[in-house]
Design a protein around this ligand. Structure first.
Ligand code: NAP
Length: 280
């Protein structure tokens, strides 16, 4: 068997040794970046999402780096299934230290014709799923004397963002949940924070963000590679797109003892993107 490549990170090796992390949607895009870094730092990572190909590919990639990883099929919209997965982790691995609520669904759609099912589906994955997973993790974390919950938000709801009523409403709810649970569960030493990523051209987001024609919304993901490069250079104050690793680094910081006095905070990681004036 060949030796796995040595994982490189700015964080010290073994930082999360002995810890167990659950990452929803951790098999693709930003979630895969998070799962990979947490495993590189010594955590046993459990990846939960719906599609076996996502789970299998992520598991193989993390194993190949020498990481401890397992996977479980889960739809976060189903509270009983969420409960069973978290109980299974506690039984099998003995604890749950870090929960990363990363799973989400999204697509551009005009609000006037958004179907009740489409609205419900995004709210259920992004907001309800975050709540179901947090609620299931609570007794395990409380029993072991603490834990860290890290939610995934966005910045689009900081101002009006056409065609995105469902996702912006859901993520505004995630922000509210982050602050409320942080205060409510602080006595149990459960820290609850969120990260609001800026634009990161993952495969998932590029597929989901195919804009209707003449939408009037900046076509930042569905554009040609040349236009995307130009947007990143001129539209983002720090001059580039984000990467899953940018978000994973913030997750690792919050999961580590460096975050011990941080709860209820929402960290924007976007190169200054939402603050800058955006050209269409
Ligand atoms: P992505 O690759 O499409 O990730 C979404 C993940 O969620 C997938 O792994 C998917 O796996 C999982 N998922 C979807 N529905 C699920 C369900 N019902 N139950 C369980 N898992 C489910 O997109 P991404 O760009 O990495 O986004 C990750 C997170 O960052 C999301 O919360 C997103 O809102 C946030 N974010 C992204 C950006 C960006 O520009 N990329 C910007 C701001 C915020 P399965 O298909 O296997 O279920």
């Amino acid at each position: 068997m060949s030796t796995p490549p040595a994982p490189t990170s700015i964080f010290r090796a073994g930082l999360l040794e002995g810890q167990v992390a659950l990452v929803t949607g951790g098999g693709t895009g930003i979630g895969l970046g998070i799962s990979t870094l947490l495993a590189d730092l010594g955590a046993h990572v459990v990846i939960a999402s719906r599609k076996p190909p996502h789970l299998e590919a992520a598991e193989a990639a993390i194993r190949a780096r020498g990481g401890a990883v397992s996977t479980v099929a889960l739809d976060v919209r189903q509270p009983e299934a969420v409960q069973a997965v978290v109980n299974g982790i506690a039984d099998r691995l003995g604890r749950l230290d870090v929960l990363v609520n990363n799973a989400a669904g999204n697509f551009y759609a005009p609000s006037a014709t958004l179907s009740p099912n489409a609205w419900k589906s995004v709210l259920e994955i992004d907001l309800y799923g975050t709540f179901y997973c947090s609620q299931a993790a609570y007794p395990v974390m409380a029993r072991q004397g603490g834990g860290r919950i890290i939610n995934t938000s966005m910045t689009l709801h900081y101002r009006g963002w056409p065609l995105m009523a469902h996702a912006t409403a859901a993520k505004a709810g995630v922000d509210a949940l982050t602050r409320t649970l942080a205060v409510e569960w602080a006595p149990q030493r459960i820290r609850v924070n969120a990260i609001a990523p800026g634009p990161i051209p993952t495969e998932g987001v590029r597929k989901a963000f195919a804009l209707p024609p003449d939408s009037g919304v900046p076509d930042i993901f569905a554009a040609t590679e040349a236009r995307m490069a130009e947007y990143a250079r001129t539209g983002n104050p720090l001059g580039r797109w984000g990467t899953p690793e940018d978000i994973a680094n913030m997750v690792a910081f919050l999961a580590s003892p460096a975050g011990d006095w941080i709860t209820g905070a929402i960290f924007v990681v976007d190169g200054g993107d939402w603050l800058a004036k955006r050209e269409g």
